[in-house]
Write a protein that binds this ligand. Structure first.
Ligand code: PMP
Ligand code: GLN
Length: 473
C-alpha cells in the first residue's frame, strides 16, 4: 500500500493537546493550553442558543453573514479608525487557524520566502511547509523579547513574499511597538511584499495599546488582518475568525476559504456580531481582569524563584526555570511539573522551528486566563514543590523543633524563677550564691539570617540532595 503524506504523518501531536492530556491523566491544573475556564458573556451564549431556533441553520454565505461582516467593519472603524467595506473586505472563517491557512494559501507560490518571528505559534511552519514556502525565522530574544533591526533586515530578500507577524504575540506576550511596526512596514514596502497579521489577542493587552500593522503608512493594501472571536469573547471552542484585507487580496483568500471550509456555523456568527458591538467598555473590562490575573500569577512565580519575562498582552506569561531546573530542559521540566506539582505548562522550545538553531531550553509558558481561585490553587501547588521558604529548610526545621519544645521551655522558665527565689532564700539562709542550672542559663542569641546567602545554600543543597523535600516532613 502506498504511504499517506509523509510530512503530516511525521508531524507530532500538538504540544497543547499533549499537555492537556497529561494534565487530565494526572488531575493537574491545566495552565498549558490557552483557554479560559469560564464561559463567555451570557448575552452571546443566549444569542447563539436563540439563533439556532429561528430557521437559519443552513449554509451561511461564503464570506460570512452580512451582520457579522458589518460588525467587523464597525469595530475596525471604532477601534483603529480603519474604513473597511464589509461586502468586499471581510471574510469569516472557522477560527483564526483557518484564516491563517487560507491567507497563506492565497499568497504563496512554492519557493516563496516567508519571514517569521520566533517564538511562533505552532501551525505556521507546517502550513508553510505544505505550501512549499521557505521559512526565514528571526527571533525576539529573551529576557526582554528584543527584536534586532539588523537581523530582521537580513531576513528579507527579493524572494520574500510576506512576513507573518503575531502581535500581541504567543507565547512571549510581546506587543510590537509603533517603531517596530514602522520598521516592518518599511521592509514590506522596500521588498514589495505582504504581511499576514495574526491579531487574535488584539483586545488582550495590559497598559499598552495594540496597533494593527494595517494602520501604518502604506500597509492598508498589503496587510491582512486576522481576528478571533475565541480570544475576544472567551469562547475558544466556537472557532469563528475574521479576515480583513483589501478587495484584491480578499477575493483570492475567499477562493481558498471556498475549498477549505466554505462557511462557518451561522448561529455563532450572529452571536459574534453582537459581541463585536459590545464595544470599548467590554474589552477594557476583559483586559483589566486579565491584567490583574497576570499580576497575581507572575508575582507568585517571582516569589517562588521563577523570574517572569515581560508580558504586555495575550493569555500567557513566560517564566525562567533555571533556578529549579536541576539539569532538566523545559520539556522534561514541564513533564515533571505535571506529576510532581500538579500543574501543566508548555515548554517554550515547542514554539521554535525544529530544524532551526538551538532554541532556549530554560523557559516555560503558563496560561493565566483562569479564575483567580484556580491561579491561587496552582500557586499553592507550586509553593509546596518549590517554595523559597524551603531555602531555609534547616532553619525552619529548627523553628518547628523550637515550637514543639515551647511548653517545656515555659515550664523550665517558671522553674528557674522558683529556683532563683529558692536561691535568694538560700543566700539569705546560707549566704552562698546559687549557680544557675545549665538548662535555664540565658537563651543564646539567635544568629542573624543572611537571606541571600541562605538562598545560595538552598540552591546548592537542592542540587546535591534530591530528597530535600522530605527534610522538614
Ligand atoms: N494564532 C495564535 C497566536 C493563537 O494563539 C491561536 C490559538 N488561540 C490561534 C491563532 C488560533 O485561533 P483560533 O482558535 O481562533 O483558531
Ligand atoms: N492557542 C492556544 C494556545 O496557544 C492553543 C490552541 C490549540 O490547542 N490548538 O495555547
Amino acid at each position: 500500500m502506498k504511504s499517506p503524506n509523509a510530512f503530516l504523518g511525521s508531524l507530532p501531536t500538538t504540544i497543547f493537546t499533549t499537555m492537556s492530556q497529561l494534565a487530565m491523566t494526572h488531575g493537574a491544573i491545566n495552565l498549558g493550553q490557552g483557554f479560559p475556564d469560564t464561559e463567555g458573556p451570557a448575552t452571546l451564549i443566549d444569542e447563539a442558543a436563540n439563533a439556532l431556533r429561528d430557521g437559519r441553520n443552513q449554509y451561511a454565505p461564503l464570506t460570512g453573514l452580512p451582520e457579522l461582516r458589518e460588525a467587523v467593519a464597525r469595530a475596525s472603524k471604532r477601534d483603529y479608525d480603519l474604513d473597511i467595506d464589509p461586502a468586499q473586505e471581510v471574510i469569516v472563517t472557522s477560527g483564526a487557524t483557518e484564516a491563517l491557512a487560507v491567507s497563506l494559501m492565497a499568497l504563496i507560490e512554492p519557493g516563496d520566502e516567508v519571514v517569521l518571528i520566533e517564538p511562533l505559534y505552532d501551525t505556521y511552519l507546517p502550513v508553510l511547509r505544505l505550501l512549499g514556502a521557505v521559512p526565514r525565522c528571526v527571533r525576539v530574544e529573551a529576557p526582554d523579547w528584543h527584536l534586532s533591526e539588523e537581523t530582521l533586515r537580513d531576513a528579507f530578500s527579493d524572494r520574500t513574499k510576506l512576513i507573518l507577524l503575531n502581535s500581541p504575540m504567543n507565547p512571549s506576550g510581546k506587543v510590537f511597538t509603533a517603531q517596530e511596526l514602522d520598521l516592518i512596514a518599511s521592509l514590506v514596502l522596500a521588498h514589495d511584499c505582504y504581511a499576514i497579521c495574526d491579531e487574535v489577542y488584539e483586545h488582550l493587552t495590559f497598559g499598552v495599546k495594540h496597533i494593527p500593522l494595517m494602520t501604518r503608512p502604506g500597509m492598508r493594501d498589503r496587510a491582512i488582518r486576522i481576528g478571533s472571536a475565541g480570544k475576544s469573547f472567551s469562547v475558544t471552542g466556537w472557532k469563528i475568525g475574521y479576515i480583513t484585507a483589501c478587495p484584491a487580496l480578499a477575493s483570492v483568500i475567499a477562493k481558498a476559504h471556498q475549498i477549505i471550509a466554505f462557511s462557518s456555523a451561522p448561529n455563532l456568527q450572529r452571536a459574534v456580531a453582537k459581541g463585536l458591538d459590545l464595544g470599548e467598555a467590554f474589552f477594557a473590562e476583559l483586559s483589566e481582569s486579565l491584567r490583574a490575573r497576570r499580576d497575581l500569577f507572575a508575582n507568585g512565580l517571582n516569589r517562588l524563584g521563577f523570574p517572569t519575562l515581560p508580558a504586555d498582552g495575550s493569555y500567557f506569561v513566560v517564566a525562567d526555570i533555571s533556578a529549579h531546573a536541576e539539569g532538566r530542559d523545559d520539556v522534561a521540566f514541564c513533564r515533571d511539573l505535571v506529576t510532581e506539582a500538579g500543574v501543566a505548562a508548555i515548554p517554550v522550545s515547542a514554539f521554535y522551528d525544529p530544524h532551526g538553531a538551538e532554541p532556549p531550553r530554560h523557559l516555560v509558558r503558563f496560561a493565566f486566563c483562569k479564575t483567580e481561585a484556580v491561579l491561587r490553587e496552582a500557586l499553592g501547588h507550586l509553593e509546596r514543590r518549590f517554595s523559597l521558604r524551603r531555602v531555609e529548610t534547616r532553619s525552619s526545621c529548627r523553628l518547628v523543633r523550637a515550637a514543639r519544645a515551647a511548653p517545656l521551655v515555659a515550664y523550665l522558665v517558671a522553674a528557674s524563677r522558683l529556683f532563683r527565689k529558692w536561691g535568694s532564700v538560700r543566700r539569705f539562709l546560707v549566704g552562698r550564691p546559687f549557680r544557675h542550672h545549665p538548662l535555664v542559663s540565658p537563651v543564646p542569641q539567635e544568629r542573624p539570617v543572611d537571606r541571600p546567602r541562605y538562598r545560595d545554600h538552598w540552591a546548592a543543597t537542592r542540587r546535591s540532595e534530591p530528597d530535600w523535600q522530605a527534610g522538614c516532613a
